[in-house]
Design a protein around this ligand. Structure first.
Ligand SMILES: [Fe+2]
Length: 179
């Protein structure tokens, strides 16, 4: 997969999580889990971009204007990281936590919009098709590694919870037969 498709896929995943969080009322039990997923996804995403993608664009940018665009992307990442740190610092009161998630969502949306237009445009201009492919493979591998590492790190003892959903969905509906 080429780097642009990989990043777009990441963007869609995070956007869906942010939308789900946006629909929750403050204090909704789902928010904690959603926030954790969002934090993890964004952390890995920003890390692989900063390790592989942005440096390559910086290196190739000859126009000062293009360099500014790449630095803008870095700066937006810094903001997102600060917002993630804020989310991690405490999740109470519920309204404050919800507001922080909302601000994170707004910032991520802005960043994604600019990245998919300006930065992707720059990448198409400065990198050859094969390079976009290679970068994509490299970043996908790094992403798998980081995701696995964070999963292993998160293996703590958590009490088993009963899932209401599994009970609700089994046999709740009978399939309608077509004749
Ligand atoms: Fe980014």
């Amino acid at each position: 997969m080429d780097v642009l498709s990989l990043l777009k896929e990441d963007h869609r995943t995070v956007a869906a999580l942010l939308d789900e969080a946006q629909e929750c009322e403050p204090g909704d039990r789902r928010l904690d889990g959603l926030a954790t997923k969002i934090e993890k996804a964004l952390t890995v995403h920003a890390a692989i971009e900063e390790k592989f993608f942005y440096p390559m664009l910086r290196e190739r940018s000859e126009e000062s204007e293009d360099s500014v665009d790449v630095f803008e992307a870095y700066t937006e990442h810094e903001l997102v990281k600060r917002l993630i740190a804020l989310l991690k610092s405490g999740r109470q009161p519920a309204e404050k936590f919800k507001a922080e998630l909302q601000v994170l969502g707004e910032n991520v949306k802005h960043h994604v919009k600019e990245e998919e237009s300006t930065i992707f445009g720059l990448a198409r201009q400065l990198l050859a098709r094969e390079e976009l492919e290679e970068l994509g493979e490299e970043m996908a591998a790094a992403k798998r590694q980081m995701t696995a590492a964070s999963r292993n790190g998160a293996r703590r003892k958590t009490p088993a919870r009963k899932t209401a959903r599994s009970r609700k969905t089994t046999g709740a509906r009978t399939r309608r037969k077509t004749r």
